[in-house]
Design a protein around this ligand. Structure first.
Ligand code: LMR
Length: 326
């Protein structure tokens, strides 16, 4: 039988965690042939442990054939021991009226600790996806505190923004989202992100020129503020859509993507983004847990300016947490 893949998840009982676990265990991440082991983190409090116990009881009651083993932990080093695939979801969520920058300090300390624990305990080929916000900078903090792991082990989630952009395009052209191709999002998972539809295709045909500039501006703003719109509408931040995008991101990274996909990854200096900054780029994933930044797309002064805005925001965030970086 195939060896199980060891997956660690923080925040398993939050709403994103609760949503993602059952999909992972059902085979939505690595397919229906690949067994998995789940390692789940609970806080060191009776409430948190009771919640994790209940969640594990439910996972067990699903009788998932692929779930070879599952364990709960309160210690992050034990959690990450030998982990090959890690979802860092647990973080204080943004509430209505709160800006991502308010979350920076609150969550930064958690990601410093987790970066150190990953550095010490995880598989040297671990793949880490940070979902907890502000995810780019949290991933940056974790990466900087894990000097013995390759930078390429770390990423942050902007696939949700890509999925949102694809869905808005599909609504606009009144066609199924499955035909929408070559949409991606640059920069920070915040209001400064830049969803780029210059290369948009529908089932292989170029479409980008068909949208008027005013619609494009509204589209950019709409995608960038969609998280806030969801919080207002449901009184809580996106959960199932975030979980779904996290699965899309990790699956494409490890097994390979069909075409372009958005990943926030440490910059290799492409497009003048400072090296190491965790920035949303258009990527291709050839499989075997690798990705390549697509580094030769044409730039215009307008696009350069948009990238500079989101880059500067990330630089300011990095500056604000300078004391948490190793
Ligand atoms: C989202 O984009 O829905 C989440 O990152 C929640 C948020 O804070 O916007």
């Amino acid at each position: 039988m195939t060896r199980p893949i060891r997956i660690a998840v923080t925040g398993p009982c939050g709403s994103i965690g609760y949503s993602i676990l059952f999909r992972i265990a059902a085979g939505d991440l690595f397919g229906r042939e690949q067994p998995i082991e789940l390692r789940l983190l609970a806080r060191d409090s009776p409430e948190s442990q009771a919640k994790l116990k209940g969640t594990m009881m439910e996972l067990s009651d699903c009788a998932f054939p692929l779930l070879a083993e599952m364990k709960g932990f309160t210690d992050e080093k034990q959690l990450f021991d030998g982990a090959e695939c890690v979802f860092l979801i647990g973080a204080q969520p943004r509430k209505d009226g709160m800006d991502r920058s308010d979350l920076l300090r609150a969550n930064g300390e958690i990601f410093r600790r987790q970066g150190r624990a990953l550095n010490e305990m995880a598989s040297r080929d671990v793949r880490v996806l940070v979902v907890g916000n502000p995810c780019n900078t949290n991933a940056y903090i974790a990466m900087r505190n894990a000097p013995d792991l390759k930078r390429e082990c770390f990423s942050a989630m902007m696939r949700l923004d890509q999925n949102r952009a694809m869905a808005r395009v599909a609504e606009k052209i009144n066609a199924p989202v499955s035909g929408v191709e070559q949409v991606f999002v640059w920069g920070n998972h915040s209001n400064t992100m830049y969803p780029d539809i210059r290369f948009l295709r529908y089932k292989g045909h170029r479409l980008a020129d068909q949208f008027d500039p005013q619609w494009q501006e509204e589209f950019i703003k709409n995608v960038a503020t969609r998280g806030g719109q969801i919080i207002k509408a449901r009184g809580a931040s996106s959960a199932a859509s975030a979980a779904s995008a996290a699965i899309d991101h990790m699956r494409d990274w490890i097994l390979g993507s069909e075409g372009m996909c958005t990943m926030a990854v440490p910059s290799d200096g492409s497009y003048g983004i400072p090296e190491g900054l965790v920035f949303g780029f258009p990527c291709l994933c050839p499989g075997e847990a690798r990705y390549q930044i697509i580094n030769n797309l044409p730039m215009t002064p307008d696009v350069r300016q948009r990238l500079a805005v989101t880059r500067d925001e990330l630089l300011a965030e990095a500056n604000a947490v300078a004391d948490l970086l190793a």
